[in-house]
Every structure is written in structure tokens, then in C-alpha cells.
Ligand binder design. Structure first.
Ligand code: 4AD
Ligand code: MG
Length: 430
């Protein structure tokens, strides 16, 4: 038996191959049956001509239902009309299992129904394409950092204290102690940067946020680079090159998938460094001039971010927010200590903040003051203070939210389709 996958049929033209697959759909036209087959690696049409196969094979094909599994045997032919470029002239069919009443039929289904059947919904061409693009984004992230001398470091998932404020922590018991699921690996990545120079992490993070929006997940994946001897401005350069690289790599490697989901790629082709920068001060002015009720000192909501992003075709950095609305570890601007050396990167087309980053406080005294102001236990953060006591250096880093990035690059309405099994507010199944 000459086993193949659909992806590999191009190297078997004119040969007979056997492929393990599922029936996606089928149609009959008199004495010909057309089977739409998928095997995970791709899609191919199989054709059976009644006069050319045994009655058993004809019958077996007629009995196949949507999502039945089978081994199909046939001759590979080139077919320029089909998307895959190949077609299979079927000579044999060996059903593995006949599926009865597959719940997701070609008719329209509601989102709740599809989410309840997420484990099956993943088989839909659109969902498969999104997961392939997600996988390509992860590959590009790793290539970008690996090529630039960064090392991959894995921070812990169970932590004794918070990174991004105490309001949305997931609590659990750690034997006799209290522990929390990590909100961000950043603090640990700072320690790693002091040991390895340039590092990045890629892992799951958790926020017990009661937010039911199209941008929020309870469990999401973050890429967190951290760089010793790199200041705020230098970090922004890394960020814009990084995002441009990831987008271009998806354009190059995922043409079929972008087509399957109907993404307007002309918008993505414009994503080249450098990206525009606007200060928090100017962003507030811009919003006030455009009829938004917002005062200096307030944080932006989704409508504000969208309004700012609409002026640009590329992601935009909003820089130097008031210290009071940002995390305890951000370094104040030496010229204006009421703002910090930070930036949020806002994606175009209304996708909101995809990156949050900053230069970190490196002065031990200021760090201690911040702990007091934020009522953080100095005991719990003693190890973090040590990084400022023993050879403290200027350093910066940032966090990219993977799912919001996938949503933007794919042009999706909601982050729930960007991750195989989304954890959403009040949804833990499947
Ligand atoms: O802005 P955030 O909270 O930054 C940090 O956690 C820093 N410690 C990162 C760092 O400097 N190492 O989160 C970073 C990014 C956001 O810009 C957003 O893309 C994503 O994580 N994010 C979420 N994505 C989905 N659902 C949520 N609930 C998210 N919260 C943040
Ligand atoms: Mg943020």
C-alpha cells in the first residue's frame, strides 16, 4: 500500500495512493459521485465513476455520511480547476467508522451552539485556517527572537504574588500557602534578563476579569521579551520590527489560509516599520477635540483606542501614560515624573491594545517607595528587589497578547475563535 497524505499527493501524480481521511461533503451526478475529503493536512476531491469501480466500492461511497472516517484509494491526477490542484480517481473505499447525525451541518448555527461543540467546530475549514495562522505566528515569533540572540526562558505558572495588580488574580491553595495563576511572567523575565541578557517567554497567563468583550479571554497566551541595557525608545524599535516581521511572515506562508477566511491582505501589506507614536497627552487632546468625554489622568476604554487607531493604517504606539494608571514597576520619565516610560501598541481596524510594555524601575529606593504606595508586601517581592540591589541596570520589556494578534491578523470579530479551546467569562466547556 502506497500511503500518502493530501498535502503530499503532489509527489504521487499518476500513482495509486491510500489516504486516511474524513468525508466533508459529497454530491452525486447520475453515474458519478464526488467526495470532498479532508485529512487535516488539506482537502481533495475524490471522483467515482460507476462503470469503473466494483458495485461494493460504489455502495460504500454511497453509504458515507458527513464526518465518516475512511481509507480511500485512488489515482492522483492533476486538476488545475481545484484549489488543491489535484483530484483523486477513486478505486477503493474502506470505511473506518460511519458517523451518524454529525451536529454541525452545512446550515447556519448560532455561536453558543458552535462554542458548545468547539471540539468538532475545529474541523471546519475556517477554524482550521485560523489555527494554522496562529501556529505560523508562533513560529515567526520564535524565529524573530532566536535570530536576534534572545533566549527562550519559561517563567512559573503558579506564583506567590501578583504582577499586574491584585484585582483579577486566580487564587488556589499551594499546600498550606496561597498561590495565584500567573498574570504575566514579566517579573521573572527581569531576573532572567539579568542572567542571559535578552530573553523571551511564551506561555499561558490568567486574568480573573469579569469582562465580557470581544477582546478578553480569561486564559490567554503571552510573548514577553525582556532586555538588559535597553531603554524605552530602543524597546519601541524592537516592537515595531517584531510586529512587521510576524505579519509579513503570515502573508508569505499562509496565503491559502488568509484566502479561506476572506482576509483583506492589502491592509496587512501596509504593516511595515516604523509605526507612528503619539503621546498620552496628545491622545487625550485628540479625543477631547473629537467629542469624547475624557480627562487627563483617565485610562482609555475600547472606544477611545479605536478612535485613535482609526487615524492610522499601521499599529500606533501611545506613549508615556500617567504613572497613577500604570503598573508599579514602570520607570518615571526623568523629565516629567508624573508620566512613565511606557507604551501600549494599538492595532489598526479596531482590535485594540496588542502590546503593553515599558522601561522598568532600576533604582532600589524608588522601587521601595512604589511597594509602599501600592501596598505590596516587601517580603513577597524581596527577590525582585534583589535585582535592583545587585548590579541593577536599565532594562525594558513588553508583552504581546497572542490571541488579540491572531484576531487582528485574521480580521476576526471576536477572540473566541483565535484559540482552540477559549476560556471565557462563564465558559469552561468543552
Ligand atoms: O498590558 P498587559 O497587562 O501587560 C503585562 O502583563 C506586562 N507585564 C507585559 C510585559 O511588559 N512583560 O498585557 C499585555 C498584553 C496586552 O497588550 C493584551 O494584548 C494582552 O496581553 N491581554 C489580553 N489578551 C486577552 N485577554 C485578556 N484578558 C488580556 N489581558 C491582556
Ligand atoms: Mg496593558
Amino acid at each position: 500500500m502506497n500511503k500518502s497524505t493530501i498535502r503530499e499527493v503532489s509527489s504521487h501524480v499518476g500513482q495509486t495512493v491510500t489516504i486516511g481521511c474524513w468525508l466533508n461533503n459529497k454530491r452525486k451526478s447520475g453515474k458519478i459521485q464526488f467526495l470532498q475529503l479532508r485529512d487535516g493536512s488539506g482537502y481533495i476531491q475524490g471522483v467515482l465513476v460507476k462503470s469503473e469501480v466494483t458495485p461494493e466500492v460504489w455502495e460504500a461511497a454511497a453509504n458515507l455520511t458527513q464526518e465518516s472516517s475512511l481509507y480511500v484509494t485512488g489515482v492522483v491526477n492533476e486538476d488545475t480547476r481545484s484549489q488543491s490542484g489535484y483530484e483523486l480517481s477513486i478505486t477503493g473505499i474502506e470505511p473506518i467508522q460511519i458517523a451518524h447525525d454529525y451536529p454541525i451541518t452545512p446550515k447556519e448555527h448560532g455561536v453558543d451552539f458552535l462554542m458548545d461543540h468547539r471540539h468538532l467546530w475545529l474541523r471546519a475549514p475556517r477554524q482550521r485556517a485560523i489555527l494554522i495562522i496562529r501556529s505560523q505566528i508562533i513560529r515567526a515569533v520564535q524565529q524573530f527572537f532566536d535570530d536576534r540572540g534572545f533566549h527562550l526562558v519559561d517563567p512559573p505558572i503558579l506564583t506567590p504574588s501578583s504582577c499586574e495588580g491584585t484585582t483579577n488574580l486566580f487564587h488556589t491553595k499551594y499546600f498550606e500557602e496561597d498561590a495565584y495563576l500567573t498574570q504575566s511572567g514579566q517579573l521573572y523575565m527581569e531576573a532572567a534578563a539579568m542572567a542571559l541578557g535578552k530573553v523571551y517567554s511564551f506561555g499561558p497567563t490568567f486574568r480573573a476579569e469579569k469582562s465580557k468583550t470581544r477582546r478578553h479571554l480569561i486564559e490567554f497566551w503571552m510573548i514577553e521579551p525582556e532586555m538588559a541595557f535597553v531603554n524605552h525608545d530602543e524597546s519601541l524599535k524592537v516592537q515595531e520590527e517584531f510586529i512587521a516581521y510576524v505579519v509579513q511572515s503570515v502573508l508569505e506562508n499562509c496565503k491559502h489560509e488568509l484566502e479561506t477566511i476572506g482576509r483583506d491582505v492589502s491592509k496587512l501589506e501596509k504593516i511595515q516599520a516604523p509605526f507612528p507614536r503619539i503621546s498620552y497627552d496628545d491622545a487625550i487632546k485628540f479625543l477631547q477635540e473629537n467629542g469624547h468625554e475624557i480627562q487627563w489622568g483617565e485610562d482609555f476604554g475600547a472606544p477611545h483606542e479605536t478612535a485613535i487607531a482609526e487615524s492610522y493604517e499601521k499599529p500606533v504606539f501611545i506613549t508615556k501614560y500617567p504613572a497613577a494608571i500604570k503598573a508599579f514597576y514602570m520607570k518615571p520619565d526623568p523629565e516629567r515624573p508624573e508620566v512613565v516610560l511606557c507604551a501600549d501598541m494599538i492595532a489598526p481596524e479596531g482590535y485594540g491594545e496588542i502590546i503593553g510594555g515599558s522601561q522598568r524601575i532600576d533604582d532600589p529606593q524608588l522601587m521601595e517607595e512604589r511597594f509602599r504606595e501600592h501596598e505590596l508586601s516587601e517580603e513577597a517581592y524581596q527577590w525582585y528587589m534583589d535585582l535592583r540591589k545587585y548590579g541593577s541596570v536599565p532594562h525594558s520589556g513588553f508583552g504581546l497578547g497572542l490571541e488579540r494578534t491572531v484576531a487582528w491578523i485574521c480580521g476576526l470579530d471576536h477572540v473566541r475563535e483565535t484559540i482552540p479551546f477559549p476560556r471565557l467569562l462563564y465558559r469552561l466547556y468543552p
